[in-house]
Ligand binder design. Structure first.
Ligand code: DGY
Length: 327
């Protein structure tokens, strides 16, 4: 099988090896940094396939330059960096990496939840500075988890996996869903599907798992912070712009809510001014899928998508199957 493939960042070797076995040429961005938009445009010219990162913007302009391109395999489950409509109209298949990163991302959401509720990062900072002078009854008190209410916004794969982990803490689970009830959550946890407003008012921990679209941009803003409990914690492992970060900085600064655990940012990798100075927020550098095993599975899945399309087949995780049906 021939075909020229470009990978926009170094990824785990297993996916690269798979591509090298099956494709004509496989080139990888040698630098440990994202390509600039102009560099990306240069690299897509003449390629049959590209394996992209969530930081690569794939828009109409770029696709116009990609005359040979047949497939874009995004190394992420989220695909808000890609104009799917434009790819479809250019007859380019787009695939992502769902499923293989569900558990790692749900674990990350819990890691952030624990870290912020039990003030672990704040405690680490204080301890390193030599400010831990001995056990103290009122020192760095956090919030309990057992018996509390967990609100899951967006109950797809990752939201479901996050919620299922709450069994260990006997939590009551509320969730929102765009389309239908989540049978797993209702059967396993007796979870209740509620309106966003109810979830925000009643939850002690709120975890975001919705994809980023124009509809979910700033889903959580000033009005939403205003109705949350003062003791609530907000966790975001979805996409930064689902939260209006300026409103979040105000809410955290004024203790409108108790805290936040964030893995993603509105203008990633930039932080909203003021965020870095707050103690009631834990900031992680987009590590949701960052385990050795998960990233390895993602690399194989993305490689297999490319191989399938170059062989004239439909990849398992195709986001625009209508392109294949037309062929
Ligand atoms: C994704 O795959 O969309 C995640 O954000 C990566 O961690």
């Amino acid at each position: 099988m021939t075909g020229s493939v470009y990978i926009t960042r170094g990824i785990p070797e297993e996916g690269i090896a798979r591509l090298k076995e099956c494709c004509g040429t496989v080139e990888i961005n040698p630098d440990d940094r994202p390509l600039t938009y102009d560099e990306l445009v240069e690299q897509v010219k003449g390629r049959d396939a590209i394996l992209t990162m969530l930081s690569d913007r794939i828009d109409v302009q770029l696709l116009k330059e990609a005359k040979n391109l047949k497939v874009i395999a995004n190394y992420a489950v989220g695909f808000d960096n890609i104009d799917i409509g434009a790819a479809t109209s250019h007859g380019i298949v787009v695939a992502n990496t769902p499923g293989v990163l569900t558990e790692a991302t749900a674990d990350m959401a819990w890691a952030l939840l624990f870290a912020i509720a039990r003030r672990i990062v704040e405690g680490d900072r204080v301890t390193r500075k030599g400010e831990f002078t001995g056990w103290s009854p009122l020192f760095l008190l956090g919030g309990d988890l057992v018996g509390k209410t967990l609100g899951i916004i967006g109950s797809g794969r990752i939201g479901t996996a996050m919620a299922l982990r709450s069994r260990g803490w006997c939590m009551k689970v509320l969730y929102t869903s765009q389309k239908k009830n989540n049978a797993v959550l209702e059967e396993e946890l007796n979870a209740k599907r509620v309106a966003l407003e109810t979830l925000l008012k009643e939850s002690d921990f709120i975890s975001l798992h919705t994809p980023f679209t124009e509809k979910t941009r700033h889903l959580i803003g000033k009005d939403e912070f205003a109705i949350m409990k003062r003791t609530a914690y907000l966790i975001n492992t979805a996409r930064g712009a689902v939260i209006d970060e300026a409103a979040m900085v105000d809410a955290l600064r004024s203790n409108r809510i108790a805290g936040a655990g964030l893995d993603v940012y509105e203008e990633e990798p930039k932080l909203k001014p003021g965020l870095e100075a707050l103690d009631n927020v834990v900031l992680a550098p987009h590590l949701g899928s960052a385990t050795v095993e998960t990233r390895g599975r993602m690399s194989i899945m993305a490689a297999e998508s490319i191989i399938a399309v170059l062989k004239g087949q439909k990849p398992e995780n195709c986001l625009n199957p209508e392109v294949i049906l037309k062929q």
